[in-house]
Ligand binder design. Structure first.
Ligand SMILES: Cc1cc2nc3c(=O)[nH]c(=O)nc-3n(C[C@H](O)[C@H](O)[C@H](O)COP(=O)(O)OP(=O)(O)OC[C@H]3O[C@@H](n4cnc5c(N)ncnc54)[C@H](O)[C@@H]3O)c2cc1C
Length: 338
């Protein structure tokens, strides 16, 4: 009897739609939310707000969602922080949730903290792990702290909802399971769409934009490359392997390469099938962005370099000898060589 009257705890995943498609991170979050929901005997809602969506939402159910809450409006074309916050709050008012998750993308990092501040609750940004504490049912939010040197697990014991952002590729994309869910098309009040902010356009600040998170092969260069021109070696290798170029923070700070290439704690998290690190020492802050790669090859002349600890193959030697040899061998194999 008691069980029948129980209010099902809900987890709300606030998703993002870009170029009329659901961002892949939504599925990663829905899968993780479903795992958490099983532990609290709860259910997962996914909120999508957009001006146009060119794909069915069934894939969200296959990833673990129980219900899709859809807000469609022509004014939702360009991301507007104020409107996103208003929509999030209105949806939470109608569909109270114990836990709210969003992607730690530029948008998610903007609207979720604003919502948390208005709701007077806590938020843990850039979580690398989420779990449920068995004794209390509280959300355990784990993330690197103190410059990545320790992993902190944070709880929100008294305020609700418990809020967290997670960077894309932190959790694996769930294997689709055939299951159905409920779809609710929401009509929100006009006030949700009014804003003092008028977005005129969104433009990339760099022409050199490569989304290394979407690639199966990432070849990364560190300070061991010595000068910016030497990134050409990695570009050549990346082209031969059908991948992209990653970089460590000092190379980005030295303006050898643009920020979208940065891998690590303050860059992107990548999880490719193949990751090569050349002239990279393997600082914890760098490892935080690539240690989930399936196969890691490291080239470093220092046998004590930390990167060797997580590499599947470690090549101890001079990258200026090894990389050209690797490139020549690949070119020969593909008949493009001299
Ligand atoms: C809060 C915070 C956030 C950070 N975020 C990031 C981040 O997102 N990403 C990131 O990468 N770092 C980040 N860092 C910086 C990080 O701590 C390291 O300083 C950085 O990763 C080191 O970069 P590196 O490996 O290119 O350089 P170095 O540590 O200088 O290593 C260069 C390596 O190249 C090797 N080498 C030199 N010459 C050769 C050669 N000819 N052949 C082969 N090997 C050679 C050397 O042995 C050395 O191991 C962060 C730091 C902090 C405090």
């Amino acid at each position: 009897m008691e069980k029948e009257n129980r209010v099902i705890p809900r987890i709300l995943v606030i998703s993002e739609v870009k170029k009329n498609h659901i961002l892949p991170v939504t599925f990663e979050l829905a899968g993780k939310a479903a795992e958490l929901a099983r532990k609290i005997e709860g259910a997962v809602d996914v909120l999508l707000f957009y001006d146009r969506l060119d794909e069915p939402v069934d894939s969200l159910f296959q990833a673990g969602a129980d219900r899709a809450l859809l807000v469609e409006d022509s004014r939702l074309g360009l991301f507007n922080q104020e409107i996103a916050v208003k929509i999030g709050l209105e949806v939470l008012r109608r569909y109270p949730a114990q836990i709210v998750l969003a992607a730690a993308t530029t948008s998610g990092r903007t609207f979720l903290p604003a919502m948390a501040a208005i709701l007077h609750t806590g938020l843990t940004a850039d979580c690398t792990g989420l779990d449920i504490e068995p004794e209390t049912g509280l959300l355990l939010q784990t993330r690197p702290a103190i410059g990545g040197n320790v992993m902190a697990t944070i709880k929100t014991p008294t305020h609700r909802p418990q809020m967290a952002t997670v960077r894309p590729r932190t959790f694996p994309k769930p294997v689709p399971v055939q299951r159905k869910g409920a779809v609710e098309q929401l009509e929100l009040p006009e006030s949700c769409f009014s804003s003092k902010i008028v977005p005129l356009s969104h433009e990339r600040i760099s022409d050199d934009y490569t989304n290394i998170q979407d690639l199966d092969v990432v070849v990364t260069g560190g300070k061991g490359l010595k000068k910016p021109e030497n990134f050409a070696l990695l570009e050549k290798l990346a082209k031969l392997l059908g991948g992209g170029v990653g970089a460590t923070r000092p190379t980005v700070e030295a303006k050898w390469i643009d920020y979208p290439h940065q891998v690590g704690l303050s860059g992107k998290v990548v999880s490719p099938k193949f990751y090569l690190a050349a002239g990279v020492s393997g600082a914890v802050q760098h490892l935080a962005g690539m240690q989930t790669a399936e196969f890691i090859v490291a080239i470093n002349k220092d046998p004590e370099a930390g990167i060797f600890k997580i590499a599947d193959i470690g090549l101890c030697g001079d990258l200026f000898e090894i990389l050209p040899e690797l490139i020549a061998a690949l070119e020969k194999e593909r008949g493009e060589g001299r």
